[in-house]
Design a protein around this ligand. Structure first.
Ligand code: UDP
Length: 372
């Protein structure tokens, strides 16, 4: 084991990028991955000529030019623009909240008419500082849209009342007075042609990097820590410390993937089901992420079911409310005192609701701190 400079635990985006940059600097790196495949939750696999996002829709978007240019080394990106559609009890609405949505919701035609309607609905929150997601949503966009397009989806997704969720989650969504269905405000956006797995494979394809899948760090934690000068850990920070300060909360997901004998099931990559009763939050039709690709007689769809998380389940989302963030900070302090040779990274290691570009930015920052 001692022939290595670094042990990287987890072959997701953070771990792979760190390993790659370390190897470029002449460091010898061992990467261990618990699952039997690389790329963590951005893992994609081809079926019927379609890249299937095995762990939910991943759309790369960023305004960070350095990150965008960086990731181009590992894949060519197409011009996919995310424009999900919401199905609320059978009626379709464009997302994010824009003139198309307002027109569908209220029959308004101009930005002035839409704004008048939104302002009328915002009156309910007049003068109050939003204290939770429900209040934030109503003050942003009013009750009609909150009730039809936000409440049901959000409460399914997070498994709790919108009044018990932090406001910041909803600030991810743009509100626009233009007929523009682009879900993101970022400067750059796309899907890697040929899928995401190649990105991680290329990052890890280096003579100085050895990769082993199907290896669980926790089976030999003490040996690993004793034998490697430095460890990059991208799993759950609370698990790393054997939950000694208490458990952080996570949300999990279940996916139901089906191959259908038809060419085009829903006409869009992402359809959200925003009512409270439908048990899934969205249906993804993978072929629409890459235009013109895939067998024309088949399509692959995935229903995404939110789920409670318990130890042993896959953690997909950190639940960044005040209570969990405070506990996370206590784990950070513990790490600073007791795990000085460990770098914690990624959505789980840093307990942050990161997008892919933010993971890469965090890895770049870790690389700079380590090597410059
Ligand atoms: N959201 C919603 N209605 C939708 C889509 C999203 O209310 O149709 C809210 C919901 O609270 C969700 C948040 O916006 O958790 C962020 O959604 P996003 O699609 O960015 O989440 P992700 O793709 O990371 O799950």
């Amino acid at each position: 084991m001692t022939k290595y400079d670094y042990l990287v635990v987890g072959a997701g985006l953070f771990g792979a990028m760190f390993a790659h940059e370390a190897a470029l600097r002449g460091k010898r790196v061992k990467v261990i991955e618990k699952r039997d495949h690389l790329a963590g939750n951005i893992y994609t696999k081809e079926e019927h000529g379609i890249q299937v996002h095995q762990f939910g829709a991943h759309i790369f978007h960023t305004s960070n030019k350095e990150v965008w240019e960086y990731v181009q080394q590992f894949a060519e990106f197409n011009r996919y623009t995310n424009s999900p559609v919401a199905n609320y009890n059978g009626k379709m609405y464009n997302l994010p909240f824009n003139m198309n949505t307002f027109s569908e919701m209220w029959g308004v035609r101009t930005p002035k008419e839409a704004l008048a309607k939104i302002n009328e609905q915002r009156q309910e929150m007049a003068g109050k500082e939003p204290q939770n997601l429900e209040e934030q949503a109503i003050s942003l966009i009013g009750r009609d849209i909150y009730e039809k397009l936000i409440k049901g989806y959000t409460e399914k997704q997070w498994g709790r009342k919108a009044t018990e969720l932090p406001a910041f989650i909803i600030r991810r969504l743009p509100v626009r007075l233009t007929y523009d269905n682009n879900y993101f405000n970022d400067d750059y956006q796309g899907i890697p042609k040929g899928g995401y797995t190649q990105i991680v494979e290329k990052m890890l394809d280096h003579d100085l990097i050895d990769v082993e899948t199907g290896v669980d760090f926790f089976d030999q934690k003490d040996e690993y820590l004793a034998n490697f000068p430095k460890v990059v850990f991208t799993g759950m920070i609370d698990q790393f410390f054997n939950y000694q300060l208490g458990e952080l909360e996570y949300r999990s997901l279940h996916f139901e993937t089906e191959t259908l004998n038809e060419g085009n099931y829903q006409g869009n990559a992402v359809v959200n089901y925003t009512d409270a009763e439908t048990p899934y939050t969205r249906v993804i039709e993978h072929k629409h992420f890459e235009f013109g690709k895939g067998d024309e007689d088949y399509t692959v769809i995935t229903r995404e079911y939110p789920a409670d998380w318990q130890r042993g389940d896959e953690p997909y989302y950190p639940v960044n409310n005040d209570q969990n963030n405070t506990l996370y900070q206590q784990y950070r302090d513990l790490a600073a005192n007791e795990a000085k040779n460990v770098i914690f990274g990624g959505r789980l290691g840093q307990y942050k609701y990161y997008n892919m570009d933010q993971v890469l930015a965090a890895a770049l920052a870790a690389v700079k701190e380590e090597f410059e």
